[in-house]
Ligand binder design. Structure first.
Ligand code: SF4
Ligand code: SF4
Length: 89
């Protein structure tokens, strides 16, 4: 069974643009979508489907998403990179 990711959506920051819903490769057209559209803001429905690609973290203009503790505004470290010191920016 796939490792379940920790996906936090800060509802206070979120503006409900749904960019994360639209661009998550594990949401559109999948059987167990990570995100559901929700009402004011999206809802994390199936964190077990997440691949930790960090697309949602990168596109979120409101800095509202955290995946496995990786947050854009802190200069997150790409977990796919061998060098854990190599922040993306
Ligand atoms: S991309 Fe960010 S601001 Fe837009 S709906 Fe998703 S969490 Fe909210
Ligand atoms: S990290 Fe990738 S797979 Fe996981 S919720 Fe974000 S966009 Fe979807």
């Amino acid at each position: 069974m796939a490792e379940e990711r920790s996906i936090l959506l800060d509802e206070a920051r979120c503006i409900g643009c749904r960019e994360c819903v639209e661009l998550c490769p594990q949401t559109g057209g999948t059987q167990f979508p990570v995100f559901e559209r929700g009402e004011r803001v999206p809802r994390v429905a199936n964190p077990g489907s997440c691949l930790a690609c960090l697309t949602c973290v990168e596109v979120c203009r409101s800095l509202a998403l955290t995946v496995d503790g990786l947050r854009r505004w802190e200069g997150y470290v790409d977990p796919r990179a061998g060098n854990k010191e190599a922040a993306i920016y």
